[in-house]
Design a protein around this ligand. Sequence first.
Ligand code: 6PG
Length: 234
Amino acid sequence: MEEQRRQVRHTKDFAKEAADWIESSILEAMDRGRALVSLCGGGTPRPVYELLAKRTLPWERIFWTFGDERTVPPDHAESNYRMAKLALFDPAGIPPENVFRIEGELAPHEAALKYEMRLHELKEEGEPILRHDVVLLGVGGDGHTASLFPGTLALDEPSRWVVQNRVPQLDTWRLTLTYPLINAARKILFLVNDAAKRTVIDEIFAGVGDHPAGRVRPVNGTVSWMLGYEPAKA
Ligand code: 6PG
């Protein structure tokens, strides 16, 4: 079953193909009247967001959340919000009220609680949990995704949608969506554009190593992988 739900694409045209995938997934969601998209941070997605900003989309009906955020203010170089603002929100003229920013400048527990409450406003009547139409995720060299790092408490959060997560490896707090919320998504796309991550991705595909990214299993959705490097030689 797992295999059937995982779609893997290797591409030389990473940013364009990823932007194409996101654009078509957003347009698909319009049948339901709106698209709810969760953005990942780090360096990989920036060129994808820059291309996406040039597409013609019904921006006023697309709402943007974040899979995680660093505990920094919105104008900080490390801010995932700042990266998305420069690459996507500003160039596309996205209405600020359509962007749900994680307030990384607050105390971590407060930022997590506030964000969870804001996300509850987005939940549709009758749905037990907020379902994103698209969740974009990256993968770290250690197999982390969002800010779900190996050996951290957030990995075992059974019900909260957003938590503060102490990451000893980085000696910092992070804010992250949890598996319950991520796995409620209709479509999940992992974006990996670094051949140095091949081994960890292969381990995830093989189900070895217990990598956090490998625990992403949508309850009623699909997982796709956009890999910007060549498949291993057979
Ligand atoms: C973050 C991301 C994180 C990222 C991976 C990969 O806040 O850093 O959400 O999960 O996606 O660390 O980062 P790169 O794309 O920079 O390799």
